[in-house]
Design a protein around this ligand. Structure first.
Ligand SMILES: Nc1ncnc2c1ncn2[C@@H]1O[C@H](COP(=O)(O)OP(=O)(O)OP(=O)(O)O)[C@@H](O)[C@H]1O
Length: 725
């Protein structure tokens, strides 16, 4: 009988890879698999059995696995697009390791093995020894089996990345695998395979539990509607039905343990209480607290007597999508099943639905609004630039709402949040029967869903290059050709796109097509960062009232002063989050004081103030500190503005620059923040003075101060311009 190969029994299967704990774990996994292969009576010199089962058996297997097959096939197409020309194949197997479907070119296989990866061949460990499919299915975890990891010598020219696929009941139903030439190994392949499998699982979930209460949750609201959100489903009376892998991870419970739970034992409230909250908050994500104490944001389609209501409805007038939860995703797409989850942005946007509502006093925004009003309905593509969270999505929605297309769909696609593998089918759709035979239904694709209305391509800079050419063709010819279809469909859409990236740089780097750029930027508008808005106080007030159903609490002057000094990297989104927490902590009657601000926000302010790099936090207002020009971070000193609320906050303490006469106990972070801020301001003042005395000569000023020239240059943006001349 054969024994283990020496490099395995010695416990160091490095196989040319750098050694680490992760590799050590993988080695253990591979070694155990080799031991099993040995026990199956296999010899590493055995010739593998690549014979396929008879056609009738294969058809039977396809029928048994139809649910899996239907959901996986379109995802495999897009996965294959990503690895095309890498001498690899994408494989879907049943849970016994039998290949159900394969895509790609087997030209990398030796002549004798060309049949190895076709449907009907079984890749279980029992028949092939250690291999990614068999081992992933046995271990129920993703695995790469590379070159000499394979038990059979005959398979050692392969590199395989495989992950099991779990059905909505938590059982392994099959595996998704990419197999290629060993020399073409790529470290990202397993990640792509895992993302694709996650997509298959989420789609099976959405379709199987269309009538259940589906809770989609994540600790960060921006991840709602993406692949990483947790999904747990319950019967209307709160019985646990199922949870995807992310939900199990976030809840800290395995699928089996979850079976013993109900909605109320997991989320600390009854299903009927939750439904009441949902009814009054349609369109807004809700905060739920897990047993672990962690808070998560949640969204859920909500079924009333009239039908389903849900979040992330971007189709104009789509408050009541038809046809249950599936309809929720695909209102304009009658043929679509298993549609990829739409990139949802959950927010109550009613108050922001028209361009003129966005004009709240900032001159740059007013100019943007004016420009857009002039080009509305002229079929000119619009490109919106701006940092993350500055309201590009809201602006696109407002453009649509003010246009003559308002009654037609507004379809939003976030090119950055959809895995590259899925963008193509998400955008262009795929044809009925294109992948899996007559019963397979197709997907309309987002471009066709937007027909007659507006297609908003958010984060266009993240569009994969190979799809840019296809998009360009659609824009030029106004026709769409779904995947797997020989037909073309006419489409009439207004295109609005947005990005926070510098497309010119992307063009220079070769990752964005110049011709597409010119096609998209008919008119370009830029939204200002929150810190640069001259209507800052007004927007704080506006966001605050949008978060309150009843009375709106006041904000203390100290908090407002902090807000004005902060650089708001997350812009409106961050302001919403900070205020949402503050409102919850302060209660509806407020006022909102520093104690009500989230700890991470206070920590960040303190850290920024303590940092020797002053890039982010603005110094104290110019008037207060005696510097003569406004300083970056906020374009305008707080002294230039009327406070949003004058109501005193008994819990608040003035930070640096806050008005006198406020109560005097500050949280420790803010005390150190204020002290650090003062030190920074004194240092800046000294630098400005030295530069002025030296007539702007940096070397002389640096010598005078006893610091390096670099120190002065680093502060350049924080010093008034007049000291450099
Ligand atoms: N003018 C505004 N007034 C109040 N809230 C706003 C405004 N603009 C945006 N918001 C809110 O800020 C959040 C982020 O807005 P939006 O998604 O439109 O930003 P974005 O620039 O598209 O962000 P990203 O680049 O990250 O996609 C949303 O909750 C939105 O409701």
């Amino acid at each position: 009988m054969e024994t283990l190969r020496p490099e395995l029994s010695a416990g160091g299967l490095t196989n040319g890879w750098p050694y680490s704990t992760e590799i050590a774990q993988r080695d253990t996994l591979i070694r155990q698999s080799h031991e099993r292969s040995l026990q199956f009576g296999l010899s590493s010199r055995d010739r593998p059995d690549f014979s396929a089962v008879p056609q009738a058996t294969l058809h039977e297997a396809l029928e048994v696995n139809r649910f899996l097959y239907q959901h996986a096939a379109p995802v495999m197409e897009t996965l294959y697009e990503q690895i095309a020309n890498t001498h690899s194949m994408v494989l879907l197997t049943a849970k016994n390791g039998m290949i159900l479907h394969s895509l790609g070119d087997s030209d990398f296989l030796a002549k004798a093995s060309e049949v190895a990866l076709r449907p009907g061949v079984e890749w279980s460990e029992r028949s092939m020894g250690t291999n990614a499919i068999g081992t992933a299915l046995t271990e129920e975890q993703p695995v790469v089996v590379h070159g000499r990891d394979h038990y059979l010598y005959a398979n050692q020219s392969l590199t395989c990345s495989c992950t099991p696929i779990f059905d909505p009941h938590g059982k392994v139903v099959g595996a998704l695998d990419v197999t290629g030439d060993e020399r073409g190994y790529h470290s990202h392949t397993l990640a792509l395979v895992r993302m694709s499998a996650q997509m298959v699982e989420n789609q099976m979930f959405a379709n199987l539990f269309a009538d259940a209460v589906r809770i989609q949750f994540h600790s960060r609201p921006e991840f709602l509607g993406t692949l990483v959100e947790g999904i747990a489903v319950f019967s209307p009376d709160g019985r646990f039905l199922s949870a995807n892998r992310s939900a199990q991870f976030q809840l800290g419970l395995s699928f089996n343990c979850l079976q013993a739970h109900t909605f109320s034992t997991l989320f600390g409230q009854s299903m009927s209480q939750f439904m009441d909250r949902l009814r009054s908050a349609v369109g807004k994500p809700l905060l739920l607290r897990l047993n672990s104490g962690v808070s998560v944001w949640c969204q859920t389609p909500y079924k009333s007597s009239k039908g389903w209501y849900g979040l992330g409805q971007h189709d104009a007038g789509a408050d009541e999508p038809e046809g249950g939860a599936a309809g929720l995703r695909s209102r304009a797409a009658p043929a679509a099943v298993a549609a990829a989850p739409a990139p949802l942005k959950a927010s109550a946007k009613q108050g922001l639905s028209s361009l003129h509502f966005l004009d709240t006093g900032d001159a740059q925004v007013a100019a943007v609004v004016r420009k857009l009003q002039m080009v509305l309905d002229r079929d000119i593509p619009i490109m919106i630039l701006g940092e993350t969270g500055t309201g590009k999505d809201i602006l696109a929605q407002a453009i649509h709402n003010d246009s003559r297309r308002a009654a037609k769909p507004f379809v939003s696609v976030n090119c950055a949040s959809i895995p590259e593998t899925l963008i193509e089918s998400e955008l262009f759709g795929y044809e009925e029967g294109a992948f899996t035979g007559a019963r397979r239904k197709g997907s309309t694709g987002r471009i066709l869903q937007a027909n007659g209305g507006t297609l908003f391509l958010d984060e266009i800079g993240d569009m994969p290059t190979q799809l840019q050419a296809r998009l360009l063709r659609v824009l030029q010819e106004r026709r769409v050709n779904p995947l797997g279809s020989s037909k073309e469909y006419e489409v009439d859409v207004t295109i609005v796109c947005a990005t926070h990236r510098n497309l010119k740089n992307l063009i220079a780097a070769g990752s964005f097509r110049e011709d597409l750029y010119y096609r998209l930027n008919g008119i370009v508008v830029r939204l200002p960062a929150l810190r640069d808005r001259t209507d800052f106080d007004t927007v704080v007030g506006k966001v605050l009232s949008s978060l309150c159903d009843g009375p709106v609490p006041a904000i203390s002057d100290a908090v407002l002063a902090l807000f004005r000094r902060y650089h708001w990297p997350g812009n409106f989104r961050q302001l919403h989050n900070v205020l949402r927490t503050a409102v919850a902590l302060a209660g509806r009657h407020g006022p909102i004081g520093q104690d009500h601000l989230p700890d991470d926000f206070l920590d960040e302010m303190a850290a920024v103030a303590a940092s020797p790099q002053p890039a982010a936090l603005a110094p104290a207002p110019a008037a207060h500190e005696g510097l003569s020009a406004p300083l970056p971070g906020r374009s305008m000193g707080s002294a230039d503005r009327e406070p949003f609320s004058q109501q005193a906050d008994p819990s608040a303490t003035p930070a640096a620059g806050a008005p006198q006469g406020q109560p005097s106990v500050a949280p420790p972070q803010l005390q150190s923040l204020a002290a650090n801020q003062r030190m920074q301001d004194v240092a800046l003042q000294a630098m400005a003075d030295a530069l002025r005395r030296c007539g702007g000569n940096v070397s002389a000023a640096a010598k005078l101060l006893g610091v390096s020239r670099n120190t002065l240059y680093r502060k350049k943006d924080l010093l008034p311009p007049d000291c450099w001349v």
